[in-house]
Design a protein around this ligand. Structure first.
Ligand code: ASP
Length: 332
């Protein structure tokens, strides 16, 4: 099945690096510029694919792979820890042209979870694989495998310790061979769970796609899975409406099927992308006590973001608009 696409001469990409309580007073000038540089590197990688006429899916994978390797973000290297002191990663990708989708949850050894999600979409007959089975599929597919310690960062470990102390839970041993991933992690703002990454993109063939990758939430237990790998909640794309990636407390995004809900408002009510995003984030999500945000694109080149937290790491760019990067609420 292929949904119609209108070839355009334009392309567009919107990226997020997580939403939450992010205020000017909490970030030093150095930390702030490290995040802006990280966001810029990421979006430029996606834009480089799109300017050459590359596919939205390829732009998404390229952008997210970079962010998964960047310890500033809660995805891949730099992911938050479970209560047991492990990194269990979730990711999803969806192709707006075919409605094909791939997702993984609770994976522990794949360097690039977004690429595993894409393999699930393209090389399996399934949409979602979890835990040990997904790890096995990853190996079978020949994707790069790393020791669990690859994902380790000191600041995420400290966030786990703080979380567990508050809850009166025991502190687990550090993963074998744990060593801080990089010095840029020291520049990172000390926070609980922010940093999930996501991309929505439109390519010059007129196709849109979305992808999301995350470590989930600090101290998660019992195999908890958030919204990021749930198609329709944290990730969704259809050429008939829009492509969306979300970040925030996943439990609320799952209940509202946020990503699909935004696309439904565009598709069935004919709403503009920004209005649909605001309706779901500012009204519906806020009404049930949820926190977070989304980024989105539509096949006609509309770009949007909306969040109800004090900040969201975000960037947008298109053929006609230079890159725009924001962190705090009062920025454009
Ligand atoms: N949405 C992610 C989750 O709930 C976390 C985040 O975006 O901060 O797993």
């Amino acid at each position: 099945m292929k949904l119609p696409a209108q070839a355009t001469s334009t392309w567009a990409i919107v990226v997020h690096g997580g939403a939450g309580v992010i205020e000017r007073k909490d970030l030093s000038a150095e930390q702030e510029s490290a995040y802006r540089a990280g966001m810029n590197r990421a979006i430029q990688a996606g834009a480089a694919v799109l300017t050459k006429g590359g596919a939205a899916l390829d732009a998404i994978e390229a952008t997210i792979q970079l962010m998964e390797d960047d310890p500033l973000f809660n995805a891949g290297r730099g992911a938050v820890f479970t209560a047991e002191g492990r990194n269990e990663l979730d990711a999803a990708i969806m192709d707006g042209q075919t409605l094909a989708a791939g997702a993984v949850a609770g994976i522990t050894r794949t360097r690039h979870p977004i690429s595993l999600a894409r393999r699930v979409m393209e090389k399996s007959s399934h949409v979602m694989l979890i835990s040990a089975g997904a790890d096995t599929f990853s190996k079978e597919q020949g994707l790069e495998q790393v020791e669990p310690a690859w994902f380790y960062t000191e600041r995420r470990w400290r966030a786990l310790e703080t979380f567990l102390k508050e809850k009166g839970l025991p502190i687990p041993p550090k993963p074998a061979g744990a060593r801080d991933a990089s010095t840029t992690a020291n520049l990172a703002h000390d926070e609980g769970k922010k940093g999930t990454v996501g991309v929505a993109a439109l390519d010059m063939s007129g196709n849109i796609a979305a992808g999301t990758s995350t470590g989930g939430t600090t101290g998660k237990r019992w195999g908890r899975v958030g919204d990021s790998p749930i198609i329709g909640a944290g990730t969704y794309a259809s050429n008939t409406s829009c492509a969306v990636s979300a970040t925030g407390t996943g439990e609320y995004f799952i209940r509202l099927a946020v990503a699909r809900e935004i696309c439904s408002l565009v598709e069935h009510k004919g709403m503009k992308l920004q209005a649909a995003a605001d309706e779901v984030i500012q009204k519906q999500l806020t009404a049930i006590g949820g926190d977070g945000g989304i980024i989105a694109v539509a096949p006609d080149g509309q770009m949007a973001w909306s969040f109800n937290t004090s900040g969201m790491y975000r960037a947008r760019m298109s053929k006609d608009q230079p890159v725009l990067i924001g962190i705090y609420k009062d920025e454009k």
